[in-house]
Design a protein around this ligand. Structure first.
Ligand SMILES: [Zn+2]
Length: 321
């Protein structure tokens, strides 16, 4: 009986349930409060068609959009011990896992996929925020290690797309241990000379921010995404100071050097293809221009002819003073 109710029924429910059937055909944008027809919203990848606000996007949809023709293989992730601490708050952790599995159809909060992106084999590790807030426990940690190893094995770039509330507190210290583990995992990719790119989505917080998510060779972020370690309210109450406008938002982090680029969701695939091309063959179609000799300056727009340099420098000097 328990096997039937605990295992078979949730699986059947997950099969029968269509993904994300909207209760209502219209959805309200939390930013501009306009109503958007669900098909229109889906076609726009959950970006508000009125104000451009980026709502959350399920991991599977994200993968479908990133890979060529939406085709990819799921990388099998190693199994981990379930509920090692026999943790219980209002509910048993084991029950929470079962519920999330039934609701999302995934084993845990991380999905690792391998497929072609712009014709190049690429590994993508995407978080599913619907699975216990995308929290990082042992399964996610091992999943990221598997993703890194798969990237090295396939000589492919690794792209991580976090959407996470941080470490999974139901696994106590074991979830915190995933922070150094994931750091070492992305180090393996780096040592193999392969690109590691992160796409920070709303929200990227806690132990995920404090580990691999900030270590990308290039860090992209979606507009308006909340990216931070502790919540803004906690910080405000601790330091007793008013926080600046846009604090912990993608644009704020870009302006302060923590994020390289803020990219609209519709352009992320093209951007990743371009970055992978640049990082995998840095010389493709490019001529390396030699640096000028030290102490010599050239006028902008003039051809770099060595003979003219000395004269140019003298001409420029009075104007510069
Ligand atoms: Zn809107």
């Amino acid at each position: 009986m328990s096997w039937l109710t605990n295992y078979v029924r949730p699986k059947i429910r997950a099969l029968v349930q269509r993904e994300d059937v909207p209760d209502n055909l219209w959805q309200q944008c939390p930013a501009c409060e306009q109503m958007i027809f669900h098909r229109e919203l889906e076609a726009a990848l959950n970006v508000c068609t009125h104000c451009g606000h980026h709502m959350r996007l399920p991991a599977l949809k994200r993968l479908e959009v990133l890979f060529d023709d939406g085709a990819y293989d799921r990388v099998e992730l190693p199994r981990v011990m379930a509920d090692p601490l026999r943790f219980r708050d209002r509910k048993r952790y084991g029950d929470r896992l079962k519920e999330s599995r039934a609701a999302t159809g995934n084993d845990d909060a991380l999905i690792v996929a391998f497929g072609k992106m712009g014709g190049r084999g690429t590994v993508v590790a995407a978080f599913d925020f619907r699975f216990m807030g995308g929290s990082m426990g042992m399964a996610v940690g091992r999943g990221l290690i598997a993703a890194a190893r798969h990237a090295v094995l396939k000589n492919a770039p690794l792209i991580a797309i976090p959407a996470s509330g941080g470490a999974r507190m139901q696994e106590g210290i074991l979830s915190l241990m995933q922070m150094p583990r994931t750091v070492l995992a992305v180090d393996e990719v780096r040592e193999a000379g392969l690109p590691f790119i992160v796409v920070l989505t709303d929200p990227t917080t806690g132990g995920v921010t404090a580990s691999f998510a900030m270590l990308g060779d290039i860090a992209l972020a979606e507009p308006g995404a909340v990216i931070g370690f502790a919540g803004a309210r906690v910080i405000q109450e601790t330091i007793r100071e008013k926080l600046p406008q846009g604090f912990q938002r993608a644009e704020y982090l870009r302006d302060h050097g923590m994020v390289d680029r803020v990219v609209h969701r519709h352009q992320i695939r093209d951007e990743l293809i371009r970055l992978n091309d640049l990082l995998m063959n840095p010389r493709a179609g490019q001529k390396i221009v030699p640096l000028g000799e030290p102490g010599k300056r050239r006028k902008a727009g003039k051809p770099a002819v060595a003979d003219g340099d000395e004269q140019d420098r003298n001409e420029e000097r009075p104007a510069a003073e």
